[in-house]
Design a protein. Structure first.
Length: 432
């Protein structure tokens, strides 16, 4: 069977540092006279130094069979979005080829493919026409698209007035319901509320079962494992792993761990790199401490811990710190926001500060977990996020007294609980 997508030796180079400026009349005349001489002298040599170019993709090759769902993972800058732009014919490769057999639908950056002056309804018909569909075919799908997007009130409003969330809702609804043979999706789960993300996941499952080919780029490792039949991990523009979805995700996570900043001596302190350009407030370090604020030798399930955020403010600002704990695959387990938990914010002067989240009984099972932090500034929104500041190990403790300490293999969360047989229940008794 012929492949739906065939990528061979694909490379993409971008030139950096080049500037275009207006020339004077004298410069234009000089170039006209001497240009042929300069070009003859430089014949066979590149007009740019090698250090002026970056390779977003380098010698990438893979095939996707009809009906497969391929998950593409990698850190920011790995080349994932560049790959989808080449497959969508938005940009051309520098080297290599990409062949797609079938009608293509894509949802890349928020709102890609929409005409901002047209209404949502008009953009649905425009997208269908680009896919080669007849008006009658689009008519049959229109109500379903509008209902899925959840923006029926604004469907006759110009798209330029839509929020980013509204655009991605409509974009996904159009891409998923107009039934292209090949669907390219980039980070659709990064925008929208939880209910919409759940609908997207359900729809993508339906698409996969329906035999259409899907190429799905995401930082949500749990979604990639669940939805995708195969996986491609990219690193610095090259193929890191290609195989089943679990193999690709595991290779990506292993590389992330290998390149993570070194933790402190105890393994529970994680400095955060300074972002550029500098925001009004930044996370400087995140650490796990014991109940007394001291570095622990170990952290066990059920321990009282302090999750400390060190942060710097460039000037006087009102800050809301946020702390998260996630699985290595990126699934959020715990989230702490000072505003939500204490009903207040922090009025901070310029300089370095720290604040603790006190967790009386750590509800994490034994295994590896990811600590993250973020800062919101009043009037600015989210100004800095370190979602993967570092990974720390939770050691086992038999909090249930069963002889079997809770582990992430069963559930990453371990909460105190008990089992009871209701009074009056017949034909059932406890024997252990």
């Amino acid at each position: 069977m012929a492949s739906a997508i065939t990528v061979s030796g694909l490379s993409k180079r971008y030139q950096i540092g080049a500037r275009v400026r207006d020339r004077t009349v004298r410069e234009a005349l000089t170039d006209a006279v001497l240009g042929p001489v300069h070009r003859l002298r430089s014949f066979g040599r590149s007009s740019h130094r090698p250090e002026d170019a970056i390779w977003a993709l380098r010698e990438v090759s893979f095939e996707v069979a009809p009906g497969e769902v391929l998950g593409v993972v990698g850190r920011n800058g790995a080349g994932k979005s560049t790959l989808l732009k080449i497959l969508s014919r938005i940009t051309d490769p520098t080297e290599g080829t990409a062949e797609l057999a079938g009608r293509i639908g894509s949802l890349l950056e928020v709102g890609t493919g929409f005409h901002l002056e047209l209404t949502g309804r008009e953009n649905v018909y425009l997208s269908g026409a680009i896919l080669g569909m007849r008006k009658a075919e689009i008519d049959r799908k229109l109500d379903e698209i509008i209902d899925f997007s959840g923006i029926e009130t604004f469907i006759d409003t110009p798209v330029k007035r839509y929020s980013s969330g509204m655009r991605v809702r409509l974009g996904f609804a159009v891409a998923a319901h107009l039934e292209p043979e090949i669907l390219l999706i980039d980070e659709v789960l990064a925008v929208g509320d939880v209910a919409f993300q759940r609908r997207c996941l359900g729809k993508m499952e339906d698409i996969g079962r329906g035999g259409r080919t899907v190429l799905f780029v995401s930082h949500n490792m749990a979604a990639v494992r669940h939805l995708c039949t195969r996986g491609l991990a990219l690193h610095d523009g090259r193929v890191l792993a290609l195989g089943d979805a679990d193999e690709a995700v595991d290779a990506y996570l292993a590389r992330m761990r290998a390149e993570a900043p070194e933790a402190g001596a105890s393994g529970f302190r994680f400095p955060v790199a300074r972002p550029e350009p500098p925001p009004p407030a930044r996370v400087a370090c995140v650490e796990v401490l014991d109940e007394h604020g001291e570095p622990p030798a170990a952290v066990c399930t059920g321990d009282c811990v302090r999750l400390r955020v060190h942060f710097e403010c460039a000037g006087r600002v009102t800050v809301t710190p946020l702390v998260t704990v996630s699985t290595p695959e990126g699934a959020r387990l715990l989230g702490f926001g000072l505003r939500a938990g204490a009903g207040r914010q922090l009025d901070c002067e310029a300089g370095t500060h720290r604040v603790d989240v006190v967790v009386p009984g750590l509800p994490l099972s034994a295994g590896r977990h990811v600590l993250g932090a973020a800062l919101r500034v009043q009037g600015e929104g989210l100004v800095h996020e370190a979602a993967h500041a570092g990974e720390f190990e939770v050691s086992p403790r038999d909090i249930y007294g069963s002889g079997d300490p809770p582990s992430v293999r069963w559930s990453p969360i371990a909460l105190p609980h008990s089992w009871e047989v209701p009074a009056g229940e017949s034909g059932l008794r406890e024997i252990g």
